[in-house]
Design a protein around this ligand. Structure first.
Ligand code: TMP
Length: 233
């Protein structure tokens, strides 16, 4: 049995050392992160706050190239550890080139997926062990953890049916995994959410889009009282 305990440094427990805000979205396939992110962007823009949207794996040229390599449905031979290392490499480059400079400028960075995806998908669902995947990611992220993570929780059967109904969405190598894999991803997310109850806020993503947006905006409004963004346009 792999250990699932994750230990954070003091700095990581506080998030990152920069003036901006780092918000990540997490969830299984078809959980509606893309639509949710647009609501969040509008929420901050309406307040005149500087906001930047980005995604993992990707967000910049080098990491988008790594994304293509990882997610190519033809790459069925890819070993689980290779996959985990490539996600961590894409994460590192994206952080140094895009996320950290924006946080240094005081921006609100909203990122579609971050380290919790690696813990749930590679650590738990692939069975590499969350502590092992956490440790390779330490090398990638240094002291940068999100301030807040919104986890869009949905039954994989419902999420996968949603993406099958969306003909425009790219089908990637991980979408093609069996239902049992996606059930493990959800289980993994729930383990991580239990370990970090202060950072990770769970949202019921099986509801309608306006209801999901309502839950998210409520969470963000409550957090804003805890740490109001320091910079405005
Ligand atoms: P997306 O569908 O949200 O664009 O994400 C691409 C896929 O990559 C998705 O199936 C989740 C997976 N993934 C991981 O397995 N580990 C990771 O660390 C990240 C960032 C994504």
């Amino acid at each position: 049995m792999q250990s699932e305990q994750i230990h954070l440094s003091h700095q990581q427990q506080k998030g990152h050392p920069y003036p901006g805000r780092f918000i990540t979205l997490e969830g299984g396939e078809g959980s509606g992160k893309t639509s949710a992110i647009q609501y969040i962007e509008r929420y901050y823009q309406e307040q005149g706050l500087p906001v930047m949207l980005t995604r993992e794996p990707g967000g910049i040229e080098i990491s988008e190239k790594i994304r293509t390599l990882i997610l190519d449905p033809a790459h069925t031979a890819m070993d689980g550890r290779t996959e985990a290392l490539l996600y961590a490499a894409a994460r590192r480059q994206h952080l140094v080139e895009k996320v950290i400079p924006a946080l240094q400028q005081g921006m609100i960075v909203i990122c579609d997926r971050f380290i919790d995806s690696s813990l749930a998908y590679q650590g738990h669902a692939r069975g590499l062990g969350m502590d092992e995947v956490w440790s390779i990611n330490q090398f990638a992220i240094g002291e940068v953890m999100p301030d807040v993570t919104l986890y869009l929780d949905i039954e994989p059967e419902v999420g996968l049916a949603r993406i099958q109904a969306n003909a425009q969405r790219e089908v990637n190598r991980l979408d093609l995994e069996q239902l049992s894999f996606h059930l493990k991803v959800r289980e993994g997310y729930n383990i991580v959410a239990e370990q970090f109850p202060e950072r990770i806020h769970k949202v019921d993503a099986s509801l309608s889009l306006p209801e999901v947006a309502g839950q998210i905006l409520q969470i963000l409004a409550a957090l804003q009282e805890d740490f109001p963004p320091t910079v405005s346009n």
